[in-house]
Design a protein around this ligand. Structure first.
Ligand SMILES: Nc1nc2c(c(=O)[nH]1)N=C([C@H](O)[C@H](O)COP(=O)(O)OP(=O)(O)OP(=O)(O)O)CN2
Ligand SMILES: [Zn+2]
Length: 148
C-alpha cells in the first residue's frame, strides 16, 4: 500500500488491539528438580498427582500504527489464525504436562504458560506487533507478560 502511514490525520496513530480466547486444559504443578517433600511444600494441593483443570482465558494484545487505508492495527481475521495455531491447536483440551513437550521439564504455572504463548505468538505475528499476553487462570489469578 502506498499511502503514508500518516494518512489524513497528519500524524501516526497508535492503537492497541486485543483478542480474547478461552481454552480448557489440565495440569499439575511439579518440578523434577525438587524432592517429593519439596514439591508438596512449594505447590501444595496443586502438586496432587491426579492434577486439576482450568478454563483459561487468554488476552492477546498487539500494538501498532492504525493504517489509514485499512483502519486497522492488523486484521482480526489474521490474528484469529495465529491464535488458533499458537493457543488452540496445541493447548485446548490437553494435559499441559504430558501433551505439550515444552512443559515436560518446565513447571506449568500460568507465568510459564504466558512465556510459552508469547514465544510462539511473537513468531506467528508480523514483527514488532505483539505487546502483551494476559492469562486469567481463574477469575482471581491473572498473569501479564510483555516479553521482558
Ligand atoms: N504464581 C503462581 N502460583 C500458583 C499458580 C500459578 O500458576 N502461578 N497456580 C496454582 C494452581 O494451578 C491453582 O490452580 C490455583 O488455584 P487457586 O488459587 O486455589 O484457585 P482459585 O483462584 O480458584 O482459588 P480460591 O480457593 O478461590 O482462592 C497455584 N499457585
Ligand atoms: Zn492450576
Amino acid at each position: 500500500m502506498s499511502l503514508s502511514t500518516q494518512g489524513i490525520h497528519g500524524h501516526e496513530r497508535i492503537g492497541f488491539l486485543t483478542r480474547v480466547q478461552s481454552f480448557s486444559a489440565c495440569h499439575r504443578l511439579h518440578s523434577d528438580l525438587l524432592s517429593d517433600e519439596e514439591n508438596k511444600e512449594v505447590f501444595g494441593l496443586c502438586n496432587n498427582p491426579n492434577g486439576h483443570g482450568h478454563n483459561y482465558k487468554v488476552e492477546v494484545t498487539v500494538r501498532g500504527k492504525i493504517h489509514p487505508l485499512t483502519g486497522m492495527v492488523m486484521n482480526i481475521t489474521d490474528m484469529k489464525k495465529c491464535i488458533q495455531d499458537v493457543i488452540m491447536t496445541p493447548l485446548d483440551h490437553k494435559n499441559l504436562d504430558k501433551d505439550v513437550p515444552y512443559f515436560s521439564n518446565v513447571v506449568s504455572t500460568t507465568e510459564n504458560l504466558a512465556i510459552y504463548i508469547w514465544d510462539n505468538m511473537v513468531k506467528a505475528l508480523p514483527s514488532n506487533l505483539l505487546y502483551e499476553i494476559k492469562i486469567h487462570e481463574t477469575d482471581k489469578n491473572i498473569i501479564t507478560y510483555r516479553g521482558e
